[in-house]
Design a protein around this ligand. Structure first.
Ligand SMILES: Cc1cc2nc3c(=O)[nH]c(=O)nc-3n(C[C@H](O)[C@H](O)[C@H](O)COP(=O)(O)OP(=O)(O)OC[C@H]3O[C@@H](n4cnc5c(N)ncnc54)[C@H](O)[C@@H]3O)c2cc1C
Ligand SMILES: NC(=O)c1ccc[n+]([C@@H]2O[C@H](COP(=O)([O-])OP(=O)(O)OC[C@H]3O[C@@H](n4cnc5c(N)ncnc54)[C@H](O)[C@@H]3O)[C@@H](O)[C@H]2O)c1
Length: 460
């Protein structure tokens, strides 16, 4: 056994752990970053980056097809798309990330970290101690449903769906969340025959209803067969693939099955039970990331279950890093050591065609939070959108807190709406009143003019 002393030990070298470690190292604290697989984490190699690299070419092709005068082929060059995807994962080689960590003054430690005592992390035969804090940023793992037959049948998780080296002839996707819809569309556009099985009435059930309806239309237009309100009852291996049986007896046969039924915080086998924390459950943290009742232990990112998105995890990591540096206790909301936005101002883009851009609360969530709201719904139909693409189809919703006259939620669905989201995020976080927003005049002719139409429909 060798032993090493640090100020801070971060367990998990995904985007979130890297940001926490980067922050404390930049503040002059000797920081170790422990990673069991690849530095860069799920996001870089099997999630955000490869999935968006798989989706983007299809969006460009669809956009070009909606633009008369642009000579365009009928289909993607799948091999070139897969090759570019592989470049975005650095061919699953993390040496660039290790170099970054070292350059940032972080000590990378390869291996699985286990908390073996107060301020102590064991990695193989190395015992690391932390004078100041241990940060858990171990991310999340796929949640596998208890579906009869599933444990005996080889199937894809999001890892295989983002790293496959060739386009399958056919794919059945179980789960209509974000992974389900993004991967269904990516592989359909790349040439696979895709079936999506959703237990609810529409995909993306966590969003406003019109979101799932428009995304379902987009998926169908790309050839995806969708079974809604469908409960999978069993799965079995058949010649050349898998057979998924649905509750009504329908059988779907495909070369591969992608199980995309959600993720759970990675809190198992970490030694957390010794500190009263239940394995398999989200790490209970306050807004600075400090674990309740354990003074030296922090958590951020997917492992906390707060807002399981890369950008929001990195935001929490910056708060944790700052809180450790300042030894912040009970700081004010909206200060640099506090992840206040997690509660009601989380932005998310779903990278389908049409795109979905959402921040804050849905109308139902706002009402459930006790707010008196006015909801404004509009088609996105302004000069900018009609110029952007022939037949542009999109919808916008603004949810206004009537007591404060501020925005609490905004949703856009349509081609290329992702880049419109940050304006909405600023309005929600800044609690900008609709009366002041009126003076933020959108440039003509951009799709952003929908903001003006929303405010007019609101009554200004
Ligand atoms: C297919 C897919 C697409 C996604 N697309 C997007 C997107 O477009 N935008 C977005 O914002 N979010 C997206 N997400 C969510 C995003 O991937 C996560 O929110 C993000 O990866 C969380 O970062 P993290 O650092 O908390 O965890 P991770 O990225 O999971 O990193 C955790 C790291 O900890 C390591 N680790 C775990 N246990 C230990 C241990 N005991 N010792 C040492 N190391 C350990 C793991 O090996 C891993 O590298 C997507 C998710 C999926 C599945
Ligand atoms: N663009 C992005 O921001 C992006 C992209 C992909 C993933 N992510 C994040 O990654 C995480 C994982 O995504 P996900 O799509 O796996 O999870 P999710 O929670 O978004 O969706 C899972 C879906 O599976 C359904 N489901 C659960 N059990 C089922 C069963 N037995 N049969 C059929 N359906 C079932 C759920 O009702 C839900 O609709 C989420 O936090 C997501 O936000 C984000």
């Amino acid at each position: 056994m060798t032993s090493d002393e640090f100020d801070v030990i971060v367990i998990g070298g995904g985007p979130v752990g890297e940001n926490a470690a980067g922050r404390t190292a930049a503040g002059g604290l000797r920081t170790a970053l422990v990673e069991a697989e690849l530095f860069g984490g799920e996001c870089s190699y099997w999630a955000c980056m490869p999935s968006k690299a798989l989706l983007r070419p299809g969006h460009v092709l669809a956009a070009a097809k909606r633009m008369p005068g642009v000579p365009v082929g009928d289909r993607l060059d799948a091999a070139a798309v897969l090759e570019r995807r592989t470049r975005f994962t650095s061919d699953w080689d993390d040496s660039g990330q290790v170099q970054w960590a070292e350059g940032a003054g972080i000590v990378p430690v390869r291996g699985r970290g286990v908390i073996t005592g107060e301020r102590e992390v064991t990695v193989g035969d190395r015992v690391l101690t932390a004078r100041r804090a241990v940060v858990v940023a171990t991310g999340s793992v796929p949640r596998v449903p208890s579906l009869p037959g599933l444990s005996d049948v080889p199937h894809w998780s999001s890892r295989e769906a983002t790293s496959a080296k060739e386009v399958p002839a056919s794919l059945v996707v179980l789960g209509g969340g974000v992974v389900g819809v993004e991967m269904a569309q990516a592989w359909a556009v790349l040439g696979a025959e895709v079936t999506l099985v959703i237990s609810q009435d529409r995909p993306l059930a966590k969003f406003e209803d019109f979101v799932g309806d428009l995304v379902a239309d987009g998926l169908r237009a790309d050839g995806v067969t969708i079974h809604t309100g469908a409960k999978a009852s069993s799965v079995s291996e058949v010649d050349g693939g898998v057979e998924l049986t649905l509750g009504d007896g329908t059988k779907v046969v495909a070369e591969h099955l992608l199980v995309a039924t959600g993720r759970e915080p990675a809190t198992r086998d970490l030694g957390l039970e010794a500190f009263g924390i239940e394995a398999g459950k989200a790490l209970p943290v306050d807004d600075t990331g400090r674990v309740s009742g354990v003074d030296w232990l922090y958590g951020c990112g997917d492992v906390t279950g707060r807002a399981p998105l890369t950008h929001q995890g990195k935001y929490a990591a910056r708060a944790v890093g700052s809180a450790i540096l300042a030894d912040a206790r009970d700081p004010e909301p909206w200060t640099v050591t506090v992840a206040t936005a997690d509660h009601a101002a989380v932005p998310q883009v779903v990278f389908t065609d049409p795109e979905v851009a959402f921040v804050g609360r849905t109308a139902d969530q706002a009402r459930a939070a006790g707010l008196t709201v006015k909801v404004v719904d509009l088609d996105i139909a302004v000069a900018g959108s009609s110029l952007h693409a022939d037949g542009y189809k999109g919808k916008a919703r603004m949810v206004v807190d009537e007591d404060k006259r501020t925005l609490v939620g905004v949703t856009f669905v349509g081609q290329d709406v992702a880049e419109m989201l940050h304006a909405a995020t600023i309005a929600v976080v800044g609690e900008v009143t609709v009366d002041r927003l009126w003076h933020a005049v959108p440039a003509y002719p951009t799709i952003s003019e929908v903001w003006l139409r929303l405010l007019e429909s609101y009554g200004l």
